[in-house]
Design a protein around this ligand. Sequence first.
Ligand SMILES: CC(C)(COP(=O)(O)OP(=O)(O)OC[C@H]1O[C@@H](n2cnc3c(N)ncnc32)[C@H](O)[C@@H]1OP(=O)(O)O)[C@@H](O)C(=O)NCCC(=O)NCCS
Length: 199
Amino acid sequence: MIPPYRVVTPRLVLRCWQPTDAPRVVESITASLDHLRATMLWAANEPQSVEDKAQLLRKFRGQFDLGQDFIYGVFDRDEANVLGGCGLHPRVYEGGIEIGYWIDARHLRQGYATELTAALTRVCFEVLKLDRVEIHVHLDNLASQGIPKKLGFIHEATLGRRCPSPNGVGARTIWTMFRDAYQPTIAVEAFDCLDRRVL
Ligand SMILES: CC(C)(COP(=O)(O)OP(=O)(O)OC[C@H]1O[C@@H](n2cnc3c(N)ncnc32)[C@H](O)[C@@H]1OP(=O)(O)O)[C@@H](O)C(=O)NCCC(=O)NCCS
């Protein structure tokens, strides 16, 4: 099943990127470069031009529509500002999905990563009916580990030399929420590609 195209939380809108978002996401990434380059491999190629970013957003959009990978923009409620990006990645073993996220450097420590992760976790269990939600984090990335910890994910494993990062390959921590341990923690509305409410 394809995840919702639009997810609305108390403070955020998560929605499938559009090419027309390119100028705003370039501005957000440019303002966040040092912050993103510390942990995200893709940030080495930033900042992209608006034209190149529009092509990348077309690819994300295409993958979303084809049901391959689900990368969302994170916006404030009126969609005036890009606050970050996140994704549902079906690259883990069947029955599960991996959540990824980044937040604009100007909006850190306001609980946005926690809020979007709580909302996507709810979507995964209540809309997609999955059995397992995973978050994979480099051992040194303590900020990111704070999100699954706060939401009650269990630390299932730390696997040596399995996590490429801008500082070389390191250990990968795997945090998991299983369906039977899950409790909804946040109000969420979610809409499919026809803008029908699915949650
Ligand atoms: C990791 C990241 C997404 C956190 O975003 P955020 O919106 O600031 O996170 P939250 O405000 O929801 O923080 C939740 C908890 O995580 C922990 N945390 C977040 N940032 C932290 C930091 N810099 N240092 C230590 N703990 C931190 C805290 O426990 C925090 O709770 P608290 O603020 O009540 O103490 C953000 O720092 C980021 O974009 N980093 C670069 C990209 C990245 O590393 N992505 C994850 C790859 S796995």
